[in-house]
Design a binder for this molecule. Structure first.
Ligand code: 5RP
Length: 230
């Protein structure tokens, strides 16, 4: 998706923002456009406070001059705008391609409303083509990996778990100090079941299935913007 389209989706989402709002600021290349647009509006007089979902977004928002708070200082938010790696027509999402899924999910859960901005190609009939990120604690990685494998088997799902690595080959470490296992599943027939059972495995911190969190989506396509939900 061209930067122009990402920017158009971000600008449409920014129209939802009014003075006094407490905003969750997402992570990724599409969310970065939203942060940039909000930065411009703040410099033009808009009064908002943002809670970033990653250190990268915090740095960008600081550069943009957006007043920031922690989620502890401001535990209830009006609106979060964030990207996604996949979404279906029930507004169920796969997120975490950028590694920020844990903070993204905590921030989205603390928000009255979450709106997704994404490339139209991320809208899918069935989730799972994009590898599902599963954030795990480094301690007992192999045992956790085996437990996830057993769970997938019990759900009749086949898939390879790959430890995400940084450019230097070392395990990728999240802002929370955890690792990520990317589950290459191909398709997820029952996302709700997988989402709730994954959370029962000790060692799993969080996963990238966002269910019941997004209330709307703004999708940028070559033909223009498509809006889902509200
Ligand atoms: C980060 C995310 C991102 O929102 C997701 O990866 C989409 O990123 P982009 O807008 O760059 O395609 O979940 O953890």
């Amino acid at each position: 998706m061209s930067d122009n389209l990402k920017r158009a989706a971000a600008e449409r989402a920014a129209q939802l923002v009014t003075d006094g709002m407490r905003l969750g600021l997402g992570t990724g290349s599409t969310a970065a456009h939203f942060v940039a647009v909000i930065g411009e509006r703040v410099r033009g007089g808009l009064k908002v406070v943002g809670v970033p979902t990653s250190e990268a977004t915090r740095e960008q928002a600081q550069r943009e001059g957006i007043p920031l708070a922690t989620l502890d200082e401001m535990p209830e938010l009006d609106l979060t705008v964030d990207g996604a790696d996949e979404l279906d027509d029930d507004l169920r999402l796969v997120k975490g391609g950028g590694g920020a899924l844990l903070r993204e999910k905590i921030v989205a859960s603390a928000s009255a409303r979450m709106v997704v901005i994404a490339d139209g190609s991320k809208r899918v009939a069935k989730l799972g083509k994009f590898p599902l990120p599963i954030e795990v604690v480094p301690f007992g990685l192999t045992a956790t990996e085996r437990a996830i494998g057993k769970l997938l088997e019990s759900l009749s799902m086949k898939g390879e778990l790959r430890l995400r690595r940084a450019a230097d080959g070392a395990p990728y470490v999240t802002d929370g100090g955890h690792f990520i296992l990317d589950a290459h599943l191909g398709r997820i027939d029952k996302p709700n079941v997988l989402a709730s059972t994954l959370n029962n495995i000790p060692g799993v911190v969080e996963h990238g299935l966002f269910i019941g969190l997004a209330s709307g989506a703004i999708l940028a396509t070559g033909e223009g913007l498509v809006e889902l939900g509200q």
